[in-house]
Design a binder for this molecule. Sequence first.
Ligand SMILES: [Zn+2]
Length: 194
Amino acid sequence: MASSTGSRGTTKVERILRDSGALLEGHFLLTSGLHSPYYVEKFHVLQHPRHTQALGRLIADNFRGAGAQVVAGPTTGGVIVAYEVARQLGVRSIFAEPGDQGRVFRRFTLAPGEKVLVVDDVLTTGGSVQDVLAEVRRCQGVVVGVGVLVDRSDGVDLGVPLFSCHRMRIPTYQPQDCPLCAKGLPFTKPGASA
Ligand SMILES: [Zn+2]
């Protein structure tokens, strides 16, 4: 199991998420197709530079010794997280955006052998992060780890060291097993990334 999740600053991180109204309760259809009674609206956090800075510091500090030369994130929220973490590490920041398949570094070049820290906002199925990992490897970059603001996955194994500022156990359901659907409650599909 390559996942190791940090717990530093958990109380502070929880407070940031709650104070910024990022934790939404209801009945949500996630991009993965699963249903959930909770949704993390990361832009409620990312709209506040001071919150982004505080969370970015946890990721930057965790990987400070890893030798990253570039921080890369997926569109959309990952662009902001990558920029802030890169700023604190004093390195370059790039982002991967949708291509013909997956995501690509359309506007940037990555030199073979460059060490890359991959970051994102909320880890759910890991799809967006996997896109960036694949693109880094296609460019022959070297992934030193993955850092996310919130890990709400079931413990997805990305095959590289994983750090999250905060880990949440949030239930998700297949639509046919969803207790909220069973109660006849309508669901909403929030503006989401994978
Ligand atoms: Zn449902």
